[in-house]
Design a protein around this ligand. Structure first.
Ligand code: VL7
Length: 135
């Protein structure tokens, strides 16, 4: 692990979030609000321990994890489900598997140049986001 994800990151692109939210079962009104948001990620990485905070003007979300340790995650303020989550390194990518009611659920982060990339997956949908470091 040579990558450091720590920092403050602002979203610059967001593709297929609508279909991803439909796959999660998010209601119409919430999807309309969520589609307008410009999330900021604040990541603290200490070795294999992470805190990822996602901030918006509507809701915030936080997850803490240690690489390789399965934890119960409640997706409070998102789809409000309980999943068993585990994050692992795949080379320098962070790969999270969220086992629960929804098939093929999880996310992957990686850093490409000065960008933080994120793919969020649920069932047959992938939402692709790109963030840049705050200046
Ligand atoms: C995933 C939002 C939309 C419900 C509210 C919108 C609130 C976000 O899992 C996430 O991050 C991972 C990877 O960085 C670490 O926890 C956050 C956000 C996906 C999907 C669902 C709409 C309701 C916006 C706070």
């Amino acid at each position: 692990m040579l990558v450091d994800y720590s920092g403050t990151w602002d979203i610059v692109s967001n593709v297929n979030s609508e279909a991803y939210m439909v796959a999660l079962g998010i209601d119409f009104a919430t999807r309309k609000i969520a589609s307008m948001l410009k999330p900021q990620k604040v990541i603290k990485q200490d070795g294999d321990c992470f805190i990822i905070r996602t901030f918006t003007t509507f809701r915030n979300y936080e997850s803490s994890f240690k690489i390789g340790e399965e934890v119960k995650e409640v997706t409070k303020g998102l789809d409000n489900r309980t999943v068993q989550s585990v994050v692992n390194w795949k080379n320098d990518k962070l790969v999270c598997v969220q086992k629960g009611e929804k098939k093929n659920r999880g996310w992957t982060h990686w850093i490409q140049g000065d960008e933080l990339h994120l793919e969020l997956t649920c069932e047959d949908q992938v939402c692709k986001q790109i963030y840049k470091r705050t200046l």
